[in-house]
Design a binder for this molecule. Structure first.
Ligand SMILES: *Cc1c(COP(=O)(O)O)cnc(C)c1O
Length: 426
Protein backbone atom coordinates (compact mmCIF):
# COMPACT_ATOMS: atom_id res chain seq x y z
CA UNK A 1 0.00 0.00 0.00
CA UNK A 2 1.13 3.54 -0.69
CA UNK A 3 0.25 6.26 1.79
CA UNK A 4 -2.37 7.68 -0.58
CA UNK A 5 -5.61 8.45 1.32
CA UNK A 6 -8.55 6.13 0.59
CA UNK A 7 -11.15 7.42 -1.84
CA UNK A 8 -14.69 8.52 -1.02
CA UNK A 9 -16.33 5.18 -1.91
CA UNK A 10 -13.91 3.29 0.32
CA UNK A 11 -14.40 5.70 3.22
CA UNK A 12 -18.20 5.44 2.87
CA UNK A 13 -17.91 1.70 3.57
CA UNK A 14 -14.94 1.43 5.94
CA UNK A 15 -14.23 4.68 7.80
CA UNK A 16 -14.55 4.21 11.55
CA UNK A 17 -15.42 0.52 11.35
CA UNK A 18 -13.42 -2.66 12.05
CA UNK A 19 -14.43 -6.27 12.74
CA UNK A 20 -15.77 -6.48 16.30
CA UNK A 21 -12.81 -7.20 18.60
CA UNK A 22 -14.69 -9.77 20.69
CA UNK A 23 -16.93 -11.60 18.22
CA UNK A 24 -15.44 -10.88 14.80
CA UNK A 25 -18.80 -9.48 13.62
CA UNK A 26 -18.12 -7.71 10.31
CA UNK A 27 -21.14 -5.40 10.24
CA UNK A 28 -21.02 -2.80 13.01
CA UNK A 29 -22.94 -4.29 15.99
CA UNK A 30 -25.79 -2.37 17.60
CA UNK A 31 -24.53 -1.70 21.14
CA UNK A 32 -28.01 -1.44 22.58
CA UNK A 33 -26.94 -0.66 26.13
CA UNK A 34 -27.40 2.38 28.32
CA UNK A 35 -24.16 2.04 30.30
CA UNK A 36 -20.65 0.57 30.34
CA UNK A 37 -18.82 -1.15 33.23
CA UNK A 38 -15.71 0.66 34.51
CA UNK A 39 -12.40 -1.24 34.85
CA UNK A 40 -11.93 0.15 38.35
CA UNK A 41 -12.47 3.28 40.41
CA UNK A 42 -9.50 5.13 38.85
CA UNK A 43 -10.76 4.36 35.34
CA UNK A 44 -14.18 5.72 36.26
CA UNK A 45 -12.66 8.88 37.69
CA UNK A 46 -10.54 9.52 34.60
CA UNK A 47 -13.54 9.06 32.29
CA UNK A 48 -15.66 11.48 34.28
CA UNK A 49 -12.80 14.00 34.42
CA UNK A 50 -12.20 13.82 30.62
CA UNK A 51 -8.66 12.55 31.25
CA UNK A 52 -9.40 9.37 29.25
CA UNK A 53 -11.65 8.61 26.29
CA UNK A 54 -14.18 5.86 26.84
CA UNK A 55 -17.82 5.03 27.33
CA UNK A 56 -19.83 5.93 30.40
CA UNK A 57 -23.45 6.27 29.32
CA UNK A 58 -25.15 6.26 25.89
CA UNK A 59 -26.49 9.80 26.29
CA UNK A 60 -22.86 10.95 25.85
CA UNK A 61 -21.08 8.23 23.83
CA UNK A 62 -21.91 4.81 22.38
CA UNK A 63 -19.69 2.47 20.27
CA UNK A 64 -22.22 2.16 17.40
CA UNK A 65 -22.71 5.92 17.30
CA UNK A 66 -18.91 6.36 17.43
CA UNK A 67 -18.51 4.48 14.13
CA UNK A 68 -21.08 6.78 12.53
CA UNK A 69 -19.29 9.82 13.96
CA UNK A 70 -15.90 8.74 12.59
CA UNK A 71 -17.40 7.93 9.23
CA UNK A 72 -19.07 11.29 8.68
CA UNK A 73 -15.95 13.10 9.93
CA UNK A 74 -13.90 11.19 7.33
CA UNK A 75 -16.37 11.83 4.51
CA UNK A 76 -16.62 15.55 5.27
CA UNK A 77 -12.89 15.93 5.97
CA UNK A 78 -13.45 17.18 9.54
CA UNK A 79 -11.53 16.45 12.75
CA UNK A 80 -14.39 14.89 14.76
CA UNK A 81 -18.17 14.55 14.77
CA UNK A 82 -21.06 14.12 17.20
CA UNK A 83 -24.18 12.07 16.46
CA UNK A 84 -27.45 13.43 17.85
CA UNK A 85 -31.16 12.59 17.77
CA UNK A 86 -32.20 14.72 14.77
CA UNK A 87 -31.12 17.42 12.37
CA UNK A 88 -32.79 20.01 14.56
CA UNK A 89 -30.85 18.73 17.57
CA UNK A 90 -27.65 19.15 15.52
CA UNK A 91 -28.49 22.78 14.78
CA UNK A 92 -29.51 23.46 18.39
CA UNK A 93 -26.44 21.89 20.02
CA UNK A 94 -24.18 23.74 17.57
CA UNK A 95 -25.72 27.08 18.57
CA UNK A 96 -25.68 26.10 22.26
CA UNK A 97 -21.88 25.78 22.14
CA UNK A 98 -21.48 29.20 20.49
CA UNK A 99 -24.21 31.52 21.74
CA UNK A 100 -24.86 33.39 24.99
CA UNK A 101 -28.07 35.29 25.82
CA UNK A 102 -28.10 38.55 23.82
CA UNK A 103 -25.96 37.08 21.03
CA UNK A 104 -26.93 37.05 17.38
CA UNK A 105 -26.17 34.98 14.29
CA UNK A 106 -26.72 35.71 10.60
CA UNK A 107 -28.65 33.10 8.63
CA UNK A 108 -29.36 32.66 4.94
CA UNK A 109 -33.07 33.17 4.23
CA UNK A 110 -33.41 30.10 1.98
CA UNK A 111 -33.53 27.33 4.58
CA UNK A 112 -35.53 24.28 5.57
CA UNK A 113 -38.84 25.62 6.97
CA UNK A 114 -38.28 23.93 10.33
CA UNK A 115 -34.95 25.75 10.71
CA UNK A 116 -36.66 29.09 9.99
CA UNK A 117 -39.18 28.34 12.77
CA UNK A 118 -36.51 27.16 15.19
CA UNK A 119 -34.42 30.31 14.62
CA UNK A 120 -37.32 32.79 14.65
CA UNK A 121 -39.26 31.47 17.63
CA UNK A 122 -37.71 28.78 19.85
CA UNK A 123 -34.29 30.43 20.00
CA UNK A 124 -35.88 33.55 21.52
CA UNK A 125 -36.30 31.57 24.75
CA UNK A 126 -32.52 31.45 25.03
CA UNK A 127 -32.02 35.10 24.12
CA UNK A 128 -30.50 34.17 20.75
CA UNK A 129 -31.41 36.47 17.87
CA UNK A 130 -31.35 35.59 14.18
CA UNK A 131 -30.66 38.23 11.50
CA UNK A 132 -31.78 37.12 8.03
CA UNK A 133 -29.64 37.67 4.94
CA UNK A 134 -30.30 36.95 1.27
CA UNK A 135 -28.73 33.62 0.21
CA UNK A 136 -28.12 35.07 -3.27
CA UNK A 137 -26.43 38.26 -2.02
CA UNK A 138 -23.29 37.66 0.09
CA UNK A 139 -23.00 41.40 0.84
CA UNK A 140 -26.27 41.19 2.78
CA UNK A 141 -24.57 38.83 5.28
CA UNK A 142 -21.80 41.31 5.92
CA UNK A 143 -24.34 44.10 6.37
CA UNK A 144 -26.15 42.08 9.09
CA UNK A 145 -23.04 41.47 11.21
CA UNK A 146 -22.88 43.25 14.60
CA UNK A 147 -20.43 43.06 17.53
CA UNK A 148 -22.72 40.34 19.02
CA UNK A 149 -22.63 38.13 15.90
CA UNK A 150 -21.29 34.68 16.79
CA UNK A 151 -21.80 32.71 13.56
CA UNK A 152 -23.05 32.64 9.98
CA UNK A 153 -25.43 29.83 8.99
CA UNK A 154 -26.43 28.60 5.52
CA UNK A 155 -27.36 25.46 3.58
CA UNK A 156 -25.08 24.21 0.77
CA UNK A 157 -27.84 23.20 -1.63
CA UNK A 158 -30.63 25.22 -0.10
CA UNK A 159 -34.35 24.74 0.36
CA UNK A 160 -36.84 24.63 -1.15
CA UNK A 161 -34.50 22.97 -3.62
CA UNK A 162 -32.64 24.22 -6.61
CA UNK A 163 -30.56 26.91 -4.84
CA UNK A 164 -26.74 26.71 -4.73
CA UNK A 165 -25.02 28.81 -2.05
CA UNK A 166 -21.69 30.51 -2.76
CA UNK A 167 -20.05 29.01 0.34
CA UNK A 168 -16.60 30.47 -0.42
CA UNK A 169 -18.05 34.01 -0.58
CA UNK A 170 -19.75 33.55 2.82
CA UNK A 171 -16.56 32.03 4.24
CA UNK A 172 -14.58 35.10 3.19
CA UNK A 173 -17.05 37.29 5.10
CA UNK A 174 -16.96 35.00 8.14
CA UNK A 175 -13.16 35.10 8.19
CA UNK A 176 -13.12 38.91 7.86
CA UNK A 177 -15.28 39.15 10.99
CA UNK A 178 -13.64 36.18 12.75
CA UNK A 179 -16.85 34.17 13.23
CA UNK A 180 -17.39 30.50 12.24
CA UNK A 181 -19.34 29.57 9.11
CA UNK A 182 -21.85 26.77 9.77
CA UNK A 183 -23.13 24.89 6.71
CA UNK A 184 -26.17 22.59 6.78
CA UNK A 185 -25.05 20.01 4.21
CA UNK A 186 -28.20 17.83 4.36
CA UNK A 187 -29.35 18.25 0.75
CA UNK A 188 -25.92 17.90 -0.86
CA UNK A 189 -24.24 15.34 1.43
CA UNK A 190 -20.43 15.17 1.27
CA UNK A 191 -20.74 13.17 -1.97
CA UNK A 192 -21.88 16.29 -3.84
CA UNK A 193 -20.34 19.12 -1.76
CA UNK A 194 -17.69 19.13 0.99
CA UNK A 195 -18.19 22.52 2.64
CA UNK A 196 -14.86 22.44 4.54
CA UNK A 197 -13.06 22.56 1.16
CA UNK A 198 -14.82 25.90 0.53
CA UNK A 199 -14.03 27.44 3.93
CA UNK A 200 -16.82 26.24 6.26
CA UNK A 201 -15.85 25.72 9.93
CA UNK A 202 -18.73 23.51 11.12
CA UNK A 203 -21.04 21.19 9.13
CA UNK A 204 -24.44 19.99 10.38
CA UNK A 205 -26.67 17.29 8.92
CA UNK A 206 -30.13 15.92 9.14
CA UNK A 207 -29.05 12.28 8.70
CA UNK A 208 -32.78 11.59 8.36
CA UNK A 209 -32.57 12.47 4.67
CA UNK A 210 -29.90 11.26 2.18
CA UNK A 211 -27.32 9.88 4.64
CA UNK A 212 -29.79 7.35 6.07
CA UNK A 213 -31.39 7.48 2.66
CA UNK A 214 -34.24 5.00 3.12
CA UNK A 215 -36.82 7.07 4.98
CA UNK A 216 -36.62 4.96 8.14
CA UNK A 217 -34.75 6.86 10.90
CA UNK A 218 -34.44 10.36 12.34
CA UNK A 219 -30.89 11.44 13.19
CA UNK A 220 -28.47 14.35 13.10
CA UNK A 221 -24.72 14.94 12.89
CA UNK A 222 -22.37 17.79 13.78
CA UNK A 223 -18.91 17.84 12.20
CA UNK A 224 -16.03 19.94 13.53
CA UNK A 225 -13.82 21.29 10.73
CA UNK A 226 -11.02 21.97 13.21
CA UNK A 227 -10.33 25.30 11.47
CA UNK A 228 -11.64 27.91 13.90
CA UNK A 229 -9.35 29.16 16.66
CA UNK A 230 -11.50 29.45 19.80
CA UNK A 231 -8.63 29.59 22.29
CA UNK A 232 -8.39 32.82 24.29
CA UNK A 233 -11.48 34.19 22.54
CA UNK A 234 -13.81 35.45 25.30
CA UNK A 235 -16.73 35.63 22.83
CA UNK A 236 -16.95 31.81 23.03
CA UNK A 237 -16.85 31.06 26.79
CA UNK A 238 -18.01 27.43 26.40
CA UNK A 239 -14.76 26.79 24.55
CA UNK A 240 -12.29 29.37 25.81
CA UNK A 241 -13.09 29.75 29.53
CA UNK A 242 -12.41 27.36 32.43
CA UNK A 243 -15.40 25.02 32.79
CA UNK A 244 -16.64 24.53 36.35
CA UNK A 245 -18.17 21.18 35.29
CA UNK A 246 -14.65 19.83 34.59
CA UNK A 247 -12.55 21.35 37.39
CA UNK A 248 -11.60 24.43 35.40
CA UNK A 249 -10.55 22.67 32.17
CA UNK A 250 -10.49 24.92 29.07
CA UNK A 251 -11.88 22.74 26.27
CA UNK A 252 -10.27 24.66 23.38
CA UNK A 253 -6.84 24.32 25.02
CA UNK A 254 -7.12 20.69 26.11
CA UNK A 255 -8.68 19.40 22.88
CA UNK A 256 -7.28 21.79 20.26
CA UNK A 257 -8.68 21.29 16.78
CA UNK A 258 -11.55 19.09 17.96
CA UNK A 259 -12.47 21.24 20.96
CA UNK A 260 -15.76 22.28 19.37
CA UNK A 261 -16.90 18.66 18.96
CA UNK A 262 -15.93 17.96 22.58
CA UNK A 263 -17.89 21.00 23.81
CA UNK A 264 -20.97 19.83 21.88
CA UNK A 265 -20.66 16.39 23.45
CA UNK A 266 -19.66 17.07 27.06
CA UNK A 267 -21.71 20.24 27.56
CA UNK A 268 -24.52 20.11 24.97
CA UNK A 269 -25.30 16.42 24.58
CA UNK A 270 -24.57 15.66 28.23
CA UNK A 271 -26.76 18.45 29.66
CA UNK A 272 -29.51 18.84 27.04
CA UNK A 273 -29.75 15.16 26.16
CA UNK A 274 -30.85 14.60 22.52
CA UNK A 275 -28.88 11.36 22.10
CA UNK A 276 -29.15 9.23 18.95
CA UNK A 277 -30.44 5.69 19.43
CA UNK A 278 -27.72 3.14 18.51
CA UNK A 279 -30.33 1.36 16.40
CA UNK A 280 -30.80 4.50 14.30
CA UNK A 281 -27.02 4.92 14.09
CA UNK A 282 -26.83 1.38 12.66
CA UNK A 283 -29.47 2.14 10.01
CA UNK A 284 -27.79 5.43 9.06
CA UNK A 285 -24.41 3.65 8.78
CA UNK A 286 -25.98 1.13 6.43
CA UNK A 287 -27.34 3.97 4.37
CA UNK A 288 -23.97 5.71 4.13
CA UNK A 289 -22.32 2.58 2.67
CA UNK A 290 -24.22 3.19 -0.58
CA UNK A 291 -24.25 7.02 -0.39
CA UNK A 292 -22.02 7.59 -3.46
CA UNK A 293 -24.12 5.26 -5.64
CA UNK A 294 -27.41 6.67 -4.42
CA UNK A 295 -26.49 10.36 -4.68
CA UNK A 296 -25.25 9.90 -8.23
CA UNK A 297 -28.45 8.08 -9.20
CA UNK A 298 -30.65 10.64 -7.36
CA UNK A 299 -28.94 13.46 -9.28
CA UNK A 300 -29.01 11.69 -12.66
CA UNK A 301 -32.70 10.86 -12.25
CA UNK A 302 -33.53 14.39 -11.09
CA UNK A 303 -31.81 15.89 -14.15
CA UNK A 304 -33.88 13.67 -16.46
CA UNK A 305 -37.16 14.46 -14.70
CA UNK A 306 -36.38 18.19 -14.55
CA UNK A 307 -35.55 18.18 -18.26
CA UNK A 308 -38.86 16.48 -19.01
CA UNK A 309 -40.85 18.95 -16.91
CA UNK A 310 -39.05 21.97 -18.42
CA UNK A 311 -40.54 21.20 -21.85
CA UNK A 312 -44.00 20.15 -20.57
CA UNK A 313 -46.93 22.32 -21.70
CA UNK A 314 -48.56 22.33 -18.22
CA UNK A 315 -45.37 23.60 -16.54
CA UNK A 316 -44.45 27.30 -16.38
CA UNK A 317 -40.95 27.01 -14.89
CA UNK A 318 -38.48 24.49 -13.38
CA UNK A 319 -35.84 25.44 -10.80
CA UNK A 320 -33.09 22.80 -11.04
CA UNK A 321 -29.42 23.93 -11.14
CA UNK A 322 -28.45 20.91 -13.23
CA UNK A 323 -30.33 22.41 -16.21
CA UNK A 324 -28.00 24.57 -18.36
CA UNK A 325 -30.59 27.37 -18.49
CA UNK A 326 -30.94 27.58 -14.69
CA UNK A 327 -29.87 30.75 -12.86
CA UNK A 328 -27.73 28.66 -10.46
CA UNK A 329 -26.09 26.56 -13.19
CA UNK A 330 -22.70 28.34 -13.02
CA UNK A 331 -22.58 27.92 -9.20
CA UNK A 332 -23.64 24.28 -9.64
CA UNK A 333 -20.77 23.62 -12.07
CA UNK A 334 -18.35 25.08 -9.54
CA UNK A 335 -19.69 23.55 -6.31
CA UNK A 336 -21.41 20.33 -7.35
CA UNK A 337 -19.94 19.07 -10.62
CA UNK A 338 -21.18 15.47 -10.07
CA UNK A 339 -24.84 16.50 -10.06
CA UNK A 340 -27.20 18.95 -8.41
CA UNK A 341 -29.02 16.62 -6.03
CA UNK A 342 -32.52 15.17 -5.88
CA UNK A 343 -34.74 18.01 -4.69
CA UNK A 344 -36.22 20.78 -6.83
CA UNK A 345 -39.34 22.82 -7.41
CA UNK A 346 -41.41 23.64 -10.48
CA UNK A 347 -44.43 25.84 -11.22
CA UNK A 348 -47.76 24.78 -12.72
CA UNK A 349 -49.57 27.02 -15.19
CA UNK A 350 -52.83 25.93 -13.55
CA UNK A 351 -51.84 27.39 -10.12
CA UNK A 352 -53.15 26.15 -6.77
CA UNK A 353 -55.88 23.89 -8.18
CA UNK A 354 -53.43 22.20 -10.54
CA UNK A 355 -51.03 21.59 -7.63
CA UNK A 356 -53.69 19.94 -5.50
CA UNK A 357 -54.81 17.85 -8.47
CA UNK A 358 -51.28 16.75 -9.34
CA UNK A 359 -50.46 15.40 -5.85
CA UNK A 360 -53.71 13.45 -5.75
CA UNK A 361 -53.27 11.93 -9.25
CA UNK A 362 -49.65 10.78 -8.91
CA UNK A 363 -49.33 7.02 -8.33
CA UNK A 364 -45.60 6.30 -7.95
CA UNK A 365 -44.70 9.50 -6.06
CA UNK A 366 -45.64 9.51 -2.36
CA UNK A 367 -47.37 12.66 -1.11
CA UNK A 368 -45.57 13.46 2.15
CA UNK A 369 -43.34 15.96 3.95
CA UNK A 370 -39.84 14.52 3.64
CA UNK A 371 -36.89 14.37 1.24
CA UNK A 372 -34.04 11.94 0.63
CA UNK A 373 -35.87 8.61 0.47
CA UNK A 374 -35.17 5.84 -2.08
CA UNK A 375 -38.79 6.51 -3.12
CA UNK A 376 -39.79 9.59 -5.08
CA UNK A 377 -41.71 12.13 -3.00
CA UNK A 378 -43.96 15.07 -3.84
CA UNK A 379 -45.46 17.91 -1.85
CA UNK A 380 -47.54 20.96 -2.75
CA UNK A 381 -46.27 23.43 -0.11
CA UNK A 382 -49.14 25.94 -0.49
CA UNK A 383 -51.74 23.38 0.63
CA UNK A 384 -49.55 21.70 3.30
CA UNK A 385 -46.32 22.95 4.94
CA UNK A 386 -46.92 26.63 4.08
CA UNK A 387 -50.73 26.77 4.19
CA UNK A 388 -50.88 29.14 7.20
CA UNK A 389 -48.99 31.87 5.29
CA UNK A 390 -50.55 34.64 3.17
CA UNK A 391 -50.07 34.38 -0.61
CA UNK A 392 -47.36 37.07 -0.45
CA UNK A 393 -45.51 35.21 2.33
CA UNK A 394 -45.85 31.95 0.41
CA UNK A 395 -44.29 33.45 -2.70
CA UNK A 396 -41.45 35.05 -0.70
CA UNK A 397 -40.66 31.62 0.78
CA UNK A 398 -40.57 30.03 -2.68
CA UNK A 399 -43.86 28.27 -1.93
CA UNK A 400 -46.31 30.18 -4.11
CA UNK A 401 -49.69 28.58 -4.93
CA UNK A 402 -48.37 27.09 -8.21
CA UNK A 403 -45.19 25.53 -6.71
CA UNK A 404 -44.65 21.77 -6.43
CA UNK A 405 -41.57 20.25 -4.77
CA UNK A 406 -40.15 16.87 -5.78
CA UNK A 407 -37.53 14.67 -4.11
CA UNK A 408 -36.51 12.30 -6.88
CA UNK A 409 -35.85 8.72 -5.77
CA UNK A 410 -33.97 5.78 -7.23
CA UNK A 411 -36.70 4.29 -9.44
CA UNK A 412 -36.37 4.02 -13.22
CA UNK A 413 -36.59 7.60 -14.47
CA UNK A 414 -38.91 6.60 -17.32
CA UNK A 415 -41.45 5.36 -14.79
CA UNK A 416 -41.28 8.65 -12.88
CA UNK A 417 -41.69 10.64 -16.08
CA UNK A 418 -44.66 8.52 -17.15
CA UNK A 419 -46.32 8.99 -13.74
CA UNK A 420 -45.83 12.78 -13.90
CA UNK A 421 -47.02 12.98 -17.49
CA UNK A 422 -50.20 11.03 -16.75
CA UNK A 423 -50.96 13.13 -13.65
CA UNK A 424 -50.29 16.41 -15.47
CA UNK A 425 -52.64 15.40 -18.30
CA UNK A 426 -55.10 14.11 -15.65
C1 LIG B 1 -34.98 17.87 7.58
C2 LIG B 1 -33.98 18.96 7.67
C3 LIG B 1 -33.56 19.47 8.91
C4 LIG B 1 -34.14 18.97 10.22
O1 LIG B 1 -33.76 17.64 10.41
P1 LIG B 1 -34.64 16.59 11.29
O2 LIG B 1 -33.80 15.35 11.19
O3 LIG B 1 -35.98 16.47 10.63
O4 LIG B 1 -34.71 17.17 12.65
C5 LIG B 1 -32.60 20.46 8.92
N1 LIG B 1 -32.07 20.94 7.79
C6 LIG B 1 -32.45 20.48 6.56
C7 LIG B 1 -31.83 21.06 5.34
C8 LIG B 1 -33.40 19.48 6.47
O5 LIG B 1 -33.79 19.03 5.27
Amino acid sequence: MTNRLPGFNTLAIHAGAAPDATTGARATPIYQTTSFVFDDVDHAASLFGLQAFGNIYTRITNPTNAVLEERIAALEGGTAAVAVASGHAAEFLTMHALMQPGDQFVAANKLYGGSINQFNHSYKNFGWEVAWADTDDPASFEAAITPRTKAIFCESIANPGGVITDIAALSAIAKRHNVPLIVDNTMATPYLIRPFEHGADIVVHSATKFLGGHGNSIGGLIVDGGSFNWANDPRYPMLSQPRPEYSGMVLAETFGNFGFAIAVRVLGLRDLGPALSPFNAFLILNGIETLPLRMQRHSDNALKVAGFLAQHEAVSWVSYPGLPSDRYHQLAKRYTPNGAGAVFTFGLKGGYEAGVKLVSELQLFSHLANIGDTRSLVIHPASTTHRQLTDAQKSAAGAGPEVVRLSIGLEDPDDLIEDLDAALRG
